[in-house]
Design a binder for this molecule. Structure first.
Ligand SMILES: C[S@@+](CC[C@H](N)C(=O)[O-])C[C@H]1O[C@@H](n2cnc3c(N)ncnc32)[C@H](O)[C@@H]1O
Length: 362
């Protein structure tokens, strides 16, 4: 139980001194009481009426608002003990009747903090919150590795039923055709390669492939699932927000990754893509087209840019999910010096690619 003493009671007006004295008495008495329900409770203040008829004891608890009912019930049961301690120790004419309330100031601050955490600008761009989200996103994919491809196969809890499944397969075929026509040959870099949904086809077109991902778990699955006849593939476990390419590649490919790049790191990410490419090299990307499609049924948007995801075992993670319209993405990249073109399939996917402006079109 925490408590704070004023540095000098002499400067307090009379009622403030009395309030602080009552707070200390109640807090000390609570420490003596052996009740599990009260061990996490802190007495944050006391507000006593001028006529000493009533004193409200404000508290906070580590169990937060959800634990208030239990805390209030426990306090009501021990009220007579607290009342007696005040009567014995306060040496005042009359012992005020004690009442108990959760501290509204603390609750307002907690609520404000919770709201701020959900704001995309705060969640993804203030340094501390942004770092937290990036770590949580890595944890999420590490934990999701074994079940990840159910999403791609539309099996298990991602099963859409026959009609939607057919549409999904059609649109996946469109992506495969688009990747084919991009001719990702030569030395290819795959960012955030995951369990290998796209590493597999890339490894049959590229001459050499280097695949990077933050998760050792997904890399292990990816390596094990490489098809026969694949080109030489090297894997690297690294955080892309803290990674530098040591080579230059003919093509950089990333699927279902750009939407996980926080808004505040968009420019830095594209600088990384630029540094990874040989002059005139191309990038190609695939991603979700938007939040309002069936692939995101299991998303719980916390606001633009941040989403809460749940694994099959119920664990929840907050991650970055930042969607783009094709034209908007092309415009933003043009501002950064890229010549890029994007399209969407009917429902699910965004795809396209480009090069540095002045190096020919895609
Ligand atoms: C949506 S999955 C996409 C995987 C794969 N590209 C695909 O299309 O199936 C996102 C991938 O990003 C990886 N990842 C998450 N945060 C990362 C980070 N900071 N650096 C590198 N990889 C990261 C995850 O481990 C996961 O494999």
């Amino acid at each position: 139980m925490s408590r704070h003493r004023p540095s000098s009671a002499r400067h307090y007006p009379r009622t403030a001194r009395l309030n602080e004295l009552l707070r200390e008495i109640v807090a000390e008495e609570l420490e003596r009481i052996d009740d599990e329900r009260l061990t996490m409770v802190t007495v944050t203040g006391v507000d006593c009426d001028a006529d000493l008829g009533h004193a409200t004891v404000y508290f906070d608890s580590l169990s937060g608002a959800e634990g208030d009912d239990e805390t209030l019930a426990a306090l009501a049961e021990v009220r007579y003990l607290l009342q007696r301690a005040v009567a014995r120790q306060a040496r005042i004419k009359r012992t005020p009747e004690l009442g108990f309330e959760p501290d509204p100031a603390v609750r307002t601050a907690e609520r404000l903090e919770a709201v701020l955490r959900t704001l995309p600008e705060v969640a993804s761009t203030t340094p501390a919150a942004g770092e937290r989200l990036i770590e949580e996103q890595k944890d999420y994919y590490r934990a999701r590795a074994p079940e990840y491809e159910q999403w791609w196969d539309r099996s298990g809890r991602y099963d859409l039923g026959d009609d939607e499944h057919r549409r999904w397969v059609d649109e996946v075929e469109q992506l495969e055709a688009a990747v084919d026509s991009a001719q990702l040959t030569g030395w290819v870099l795959e960012l955030a390669c995951g369990t290998g949904v796209w590493t597999r086809p890339l490894s049959q077109r590229a001459d050499r492939l280097h695949a990077v991902d933050a998760s050792a778990e997904v890399i292990e699955l990816n390596r094990a699932r490489l098809p026969e006849g694949h080109c030489p593939v090297t894997f690297e476990q690294a955080d892309l927000f803290d990674w530098e390419p040591s080579e230059c590649y003919d093509s950089v490919f990333f699927s279902f990754w750009l939407t996980h790049v926080p808004a505040g790191r968009f420019g830095a990410f594209w600088e990384l893509v630029d540094r990874a490419l040989v002059p005139g090299g191309q990038f190609f990307l695939l991603d979700n087209a938007g939040p309002y499609n069936i692939t995101d049924d299991l998303d719980d948007p916390l606001g633009p840019g941040v989403t809460r995801r749940q694994l099959a075992d119920g664990r929840e993670f907050d991650i970055v999910k930042q969607y783009y319209e094709p034209a908007e993405l092309a415009d933003r990249l043009a501002d950064l010096g890229w010549d890029a073109h994007f399209a969407t399939t009917d429902s699910y996917f965004l795809y396209g690619g480009g090069r540095r402006a002045g190096h020919g079109s895609n």
